[in-house]
Design a protein around this ligand. Structure first.
Ligand SMILES: [Fe+2]
Length: 232
């Protein structure tokens, strides 16, 4: 994730931050990651127009507003303004979650020519069979939960490191999966906000969910799974 120094001027202004906080906080700002493929590369499953708007407008807005909220948080802490700090929490959760979730989502997708839609191999494929019976059953479960999710949110395939099993979870709005617990690692997150499909699929979210599997990057999910399941 690209990071660059933020607030260099403020960090050197005497008296604003106090108590040595400035030097230890290491404030950074976040930036929009590049997509690892062209906007039109996931067609016909997801149109180039959707991908471009989703990335350049929606994800960018989360990044911009996240940085803004963090700057305001920085100022509120510097002033010792506890009310302002508390008030910023929802903006940080929403926009920070939006940035985290979309950064995963882009990596969960791949053009068919680059392996998109190829079923998982190796230990993840085996774990899916063990936990859900088959890949088809897992896809059906995710599609059912994603279609049933009221309003906006995400449906996830995750590894619960504590329970040592795969789980399907949903989160509302832009809540990142980490709110379900530190032991839950996202392998695959599907965005079921209308902005992810409406231009192409209108109100038919189940069709979007059906087609997105054609461009799912199981290689990425397998890599994350294997990194988090060391051989015992
Ligand atoms: Fe989105």
């Amino acid at each position: 994730m690209a990071l660059r120094a933020l607030f260099p001027r403020r960090l050197t202004r005497p008296g604003l931050l106090g108590a040595g906080i400035a030097q230890s906080r290491g404030l950074q700002t976040f930036s929009l990651p590049d997509l690892p493929y062209d906007y039109g590369a996931l067609e016909p499953a997801i149109s180039g127009e959707i991908m471009q708007l989703h990335h350049q407008k929606h994800h960018q807005a989360y990044v911009t507003n996240y940085n803004k909220a963090l700057e305001q948080l920085h100022d509120a802490i510097a002033k010792g303004d506890a009310s302002a700090v508390a008030k910023l929490q929802s903006a940080i959760k929403f926009n920070g979650g939006g940035h985290i979730n979309h950064s995963i989502f882009w990596k969960n997708l791949a053009p068919i020519s680059e392996g998109g839609g190829e079923p998982p191999k190796g230990s993840l494929g085996w774990a899916i069979d063990m936990n859900f019976g088959s890949l088809e059953s897992l896809v059906q479960k995710i599609n059912t939960e994603g279609a049933a999710l009221q309003g906006s949110g995400w449906v996830w395939l995750a590894l619960d490191k504590e329970l040592k099993k795969l789980v399907v979870e949903t989160t509302a709005n832009q809540d990142p999966l980490v709110i379900k617990g530190a032991s839950v690692v996202p392998l695959l997150g599907i965005d079921v906000w209308e902005h992810a499909y409406y231009l192409q699929y209108k109100n038919v979210r189940p069709d979007y969910l059906k087609n997105i599997w054609k461009v799912i990057n199981w290689k990425y999910a397998s890599d994350v799974y294997e990194k988090n399941t060391p051989l015992e």
